[in-house]
Design a protein around this ligand. Structure first.
Ligand code: GBH
Length: 478
């Protein structure tokens, strides 16, 4: 056998130790005439959130959150699983930044745990908690990956009395947002205030599915929704007041998105009306600066109590609107006063591993188009899109998640349509970089493009990671 040259040896040794490295790209092929090219500078990234990946819930002075309490309450999550350890990204963040680097990701959307920064939700900041995000941000920048930080992804400090039932929580959020902006905006130039308002209001206080697991009446729920949009607005203002110039701020919403049953003007109009009405107390209110009258009329005496000045705060202009896009809804024109009807899905409608995750790639296009036509935001980012799958290792140890690749390819094809029609969509964050704690589904549903072995914390690229890397490298889907 030929002795190895030093360079060959070094290459083999590197390959052997780094189990997560991906094989080399096969670049240089002529792009297929059918490949869907994205504009130069399109921002490709991945998304995660603090409680879902960090673990280390008692480390360095982190305060308790409502999700710690909820997950530790019997019967609330799949097999009683919690985010105590999750993907241990608190300790493995440098390795996780390497995963992003290997993908060629230009950006990373992560969330900041309020309770690491202010363990009691208000009051004295915790230097060690801030230091963690300093390390993460510095590591990202060293690797030319732009940090996009979400300020609140559901992990509310337990110490805040009444949680979102209290107006004081909105004020506390503003103070926290201002503090983070002051400390990080020299390096973090993009902030999202809140993630998916409907989830930490309705799912949490009306349907009882998410922390804190309450089932309150309509008046209480409407007030909670008001506190949430107010918190968002206070957050926007606090970021602007405390950040260095040029810092951009937006939010990440998961509106119900309506696909017109047939692409004809009357059904398109119906879908647009449905979008505005069915998301009335959330994105519609924030982007219009007032509650749609139909919503207020419908709620009557249960409508939220609004203090003077609230609506101006809620309406604070945004630099971008983030959309988390998953499942479609369908609307058609109808002779009713509302002008639309929502169609129920037949039981044969296909879904991914999560029963709620119905597959409808065209929802991507209609999300972008509806928001643009209704409110004309400066820019739109797809802040989440991805799916769960029943991933498994084949005999060679590979994870061939062809279903996830199918899902992503189709959704991105419809995103490309939006880009081609000149809607102002500037970037896409894939949910998720790695398998993580999927809230009430615990570790039972995997959304990552990197597989995580939760016993060893080993990360392994799935087929979808290799596929996404090609998308980023070619700036095209094909
Ligand atoms: C996003 O939520 C979240 O931002 C992210 O943290 C999460 O991991 C990701 O998506 C994948 O789920 O029990 O039938 O009422 C997406 C919106 C809202 C979808 C709650 C699941 C529960 C459905 N989610 N919903 S159900």
């Amino acid at each position: 056998m030929q002795p190895l040259t030093r360079r060959q040896f070094a290459r083999l040794a590197a390959a052997a130790v780094s189990s997560v490295s991906l094989p080399r790209l096969t670049m240089g092929e002529a792009p297929s005439p059918h490949s869907l090219q994205f504009p130069g500078g399109f921002l490709w990234g991945c998304a995660t959130s603090a409680y879902q990946i960090e673990g280390a819930v008692a480390a360095d002075g982190r305060g308790r959150t409502i999700w710690d309490t909820f997950a530790h309450t019997r019967g609330k999550t799949h097999k009683g699983q919690t985010g105590d350890v999750a993907a241990d990204s608190y300790h493995r963040f440098a390795e996780d930044v390497k995963l992003l680097k290997e993908l060629g990701a230009k950006t990373y959307r992560f969330s900041i745990a309020w309770a690491r920064i202010l363990p009691q939700g208000t009051g004295r900041p915790n230097d060690k908690g801030i230091a963690y995000y300093d390390r993460l941000v510095d590591e990202l920048l060293k690797n030319d990956i732009a940090p996009y930080a979400t300020l609140f992804h559901w992990d509310l400090p337990q110490a805040l009395p009444g949680g979102w039932q209290s107006r004081d929580t909105a004020k506390a959020f503003g103070d926290y947002a201002g503090f983070v902006a002051k400390r990080l905006s020299d390096r973090v130039r993009h902030f999202m205030t809140t993630n998916e308002i409907v989830c930490f209001t309705d799912l949490s206080y009306k349907r009882g599915l998410f922390a804190p697991g309450l089932k309150l009446g309509d008046a209480a729920v409407n007030q909670i929704r008001h506190h949430a949009v107010l918190a968002h607005g206070l957050g926007v203002q606090a970021v602007r007041a405390n950040a260095t110039g040029g810092t951009q701020v937006g939010f990440a919403e998961n509106p119900r998105v309506y696909v017109p049953v047939i692409e004809t003007p009357e059904h398109i109009e119906a879908a647009k009306r449905a979008f505005r009405q069915e998301n009335a107390p959330f994105i519609s209110t924030v982007l219009e600066g007032e509650y749609p009258t139909e919503y207020l009329e419908r709620e009557g005496a249960n409508a939220p109590k609004i203090e003077s000045g609230d609506m101006d705060i809620i309406a604070s202009p945004l630099d971008f609107v983030g959309l988390n896009v998953y499942q479609p809804e369908y609307a058609r024109a109808d002779a009713s006063k509302a002008g639309y009807a929502v169609d129920r899905r037949p039981t044969s409608y296909p879904h991914m591993a999560s029963p709620w995750l119905f597959v409808g790639p065209e929802v991507m296009y209609w999300a972008v188009r509806s928001v643009t036509e209704l409110w004309g935001p400066k820019a739109i980012l797809i802040t989440e899109n991805g799916c769960s799958g029943e991933d498994y290792r084949d005999a060679a140890g590979r994870i061939e998640d062809t279903d996830r690749v199918m899902f992503l390819r189709n959704y991105l094809t419809h995103l490309h349509r939006a880009v081609t029609e000149n809607y102002p969509v500037k970037g896409y964050f894939l949910w998720s970089l790695m398998d993580n704690f999927e809230w009430v589904d615990g570790y039972g549903k995997r959304f990552g493009i990197y597989h995580v072995d939760f016993k060893t914390q080993e990360r392994t690229p799935k087929r979808s990671a290799l596929w996404y890397r090609e998308v980023i490298a070619r700036n095209a889907v094909g």
